[in-house]
Design a protein around this ligand. Structure first.
Ligand SMILES: Cc1cc2nc3c(=O)[nH]c(=O)nc-3n(C[C@H](O)[C@H](O)[C@H](O)COP(=O)(O)OP(=O)(O)OC[C@H]3O[C@@H](n4cnc5c(N)ncnc54)[C@H](O)[C@@H]3O)c2cc1C
Length: 436
């Protein structure tokens, strides 16, 4: 009974897959493997903001010190808004409480998530090509010609998921109307006054565009730098690439902000100093509607099935910094349900996972879209004197205060093998199983 010893294959070793693997180890799922297509575990981009709701979970895994070693530490506010032309401060959103948000380089976050995972379960160079069910197990075929087996497959292979396709989910992404430019600036490449501006998360807010900067890392571990994320409305005909690796000239971003305040002009110069080829990452942002199908269970064996976690099922625009955070929440929800389930009825366990997660991730998707319109002043009422950043805090409070684990234990109690009190997320102990 239950799925503690089920053979679990995690497809995709990005932030979502590695977060699920940590959740699995934490709760005591004993037989997991991670299959990542890239030759090594790696992440690109301009850093990521991990907010309170997800940090509480990472801290429960015992990763707090590892995070703080390479992330920002207690930033002075959650977000400051500035006028694009004058540079004047328009207001700020205060932090939502402890643990506060942490800004970290994506590669460093991946290192943190690797820290507690046995290397024997991590497999690179494994691009999943197909899944076949034999009647007694799944056969996973990889592009390098190798095969592996599992009884439960967790699809964490991102927005273009092969696992998702295997579930028959048709994909019709819609262009959000914006592209995103990403790069880094070193603090030492800026004047001290301007460097000080960027020691917190800042949005310079223009009409139908905005520049977001994140204060990545810290001085003690020599990881501090500014993550620059420029959102701009551009016709789709000019840039269709969804690839995280595509680059464009820094000039293209500069074109959007030539007449903006001096801290932005220095920031552009800083980008040029750091990216000596004059290019930065550029990606078109697409929106995917929430999907209804999250899982599949084999009719011939109710304990064998496939389920999705992270961008493969609940991708969102990045305007509330929640894509990775939602994957972290989904990971602990699913792992806890699988670990505690009191029967071999996998469909019911997956259904509870979906029932708990879908309303929240759908709402995040919708409100992130709205947050993008607000941040880029793309709503008539938001480009006036009435724009009050303080009010935006209330829009996001429900995200930060969500306690996914409490909900899992409350709603899962009738189905769980043993009645257990919900451990406070911040107090739970990490249990690395000896068999891993
Ligand atoms: C501009 C921007 C800024 C963002 N900022 C934030 C932020 O501040 N905070 C936040 O929480 N989120 C943020 N996000 C969202 C976040 O980046 C994603 O939600 C998150 O990376 C999703 O993780 P994932 O593991 O589900 O998918 P991915 O990151 O796409 O990882 C999928 C992994 O699967 C692998 N893979 C793919 N196909 C296969 C295959 N066939 N076989 C095996 N492996 C495969 C890939 O190589 C990859 O490693 C941002 C996104 C963007 C675009």
């Amino acid at each position: 009974m239950g799925f503690t010893n089920a053979r679990i294959a995690i497809i995709g070793g990005g932030l979502g897959g590695m977060a699920f693997a940590n959740a699995a180890v934490h709760v005591g799922l004993t037989n997991i493997d991670v299959y990542e297509s890239a030759p090594q575990f790696t992440e690109v981009g301009a850093g990521v903001n991990i907010t309170r709701n997800a940090n509480r979970i990472l801290d429960a895994y015992g990763l707090k010190q590892a995070m703080l070693w390479k992330s920002s530490r207690d930033p002075p506010c959650y977000m400051e808004y500035r006028h694009q032309k004058t540079g004047e401060v328009m207001g700020q959103i205060d932090e939502f409480g402890q643990p506060s948000s942490r800004q970290i380089h994506r590669a460093h976050l991946l290192d943190v998530l690797k820290e507690r995972l046995p290397s024997s379960i991590l497999h690179t160079g494994k691009r999943l090509r197909s899944i076949e069910y034999t009647g007694s197990e799944y056969i996973l075929s990889f592009e390098d010609g190798s095969v592996s087996t599992a009884t439960i497959i967790i699809g964490c292979d991102g927005i273009k998921s092969v696992v998702r396709q295997h579930l028959g989910i048709g994909d019709s992404p819609n262009y959000s109307g914006q592209v995103v430019y990403r790069g880094y600036v070193r603090y030492e490449d800026l004047s001290p006054e301007v460097a000080a501006v960027y020691r917190k998360t800042v949005i310079f807010r223009g009409h139908r565009k905005h520049i977001l900067t994140l204060p990545i890392g810290n001085d003690e571990s020599r990881t501090s730098r500014i993550g620059v994320i420029g959102f701009a409305s551009e016709p789709l005909s000019e840039w269709k690439s969804e690839s995280w690796m595509a680059t464009a000239p820094i000039d293209s971003l500069h074109e959007h902000v030539r007449d903006w305040a001096s801290p932005i002009q220095e920031l552009i110069q800083g980008l040029r100093k750091n990216h000596t080829d004059g290019r930065m990452l550029k990606q078109a942002l697409y929106v995917r509607d929430p999907v209804d199908k999250w899982f599949h269970v084999e009719e011939s064996n109710p304990a064998h099935g496939i389920v999705l976690v992270g961008d493969s099922v609940h991708s969102t625009l990045p305007h509330q910094g929640q894509g990775t955070c939602m994957a972290i929440e989904s990971g602990i929800a699913l792992a806890t349900i699988l670990r505690n389930w009191g029967s071999d009825d996998l469909a019911s366990s997956f259904q509870l996972y979906k029932d708990i997660r879908k309303p929240r991730t759908d709402k995040v998707t919708q409100t992130s879209y709205e947050a993008g319109l607000l941040a880029s002043a793309d709503l008539p009422e938001s480009f006036t004197e009435t724009f009050r950043p303080e009010l935006l805090k209330e829009r996001m409070r429900w995200i930060m205060e969500g306690d996914v684990l409490a909900e899992v234990y409350r709603r899962g109690a009738p189905f769980f093998a043993k009645q257990q009190a919900a451990p406070a997320v911040g107090e739970a102990k990490v249990q690395v199983q000896a068999s891993l």
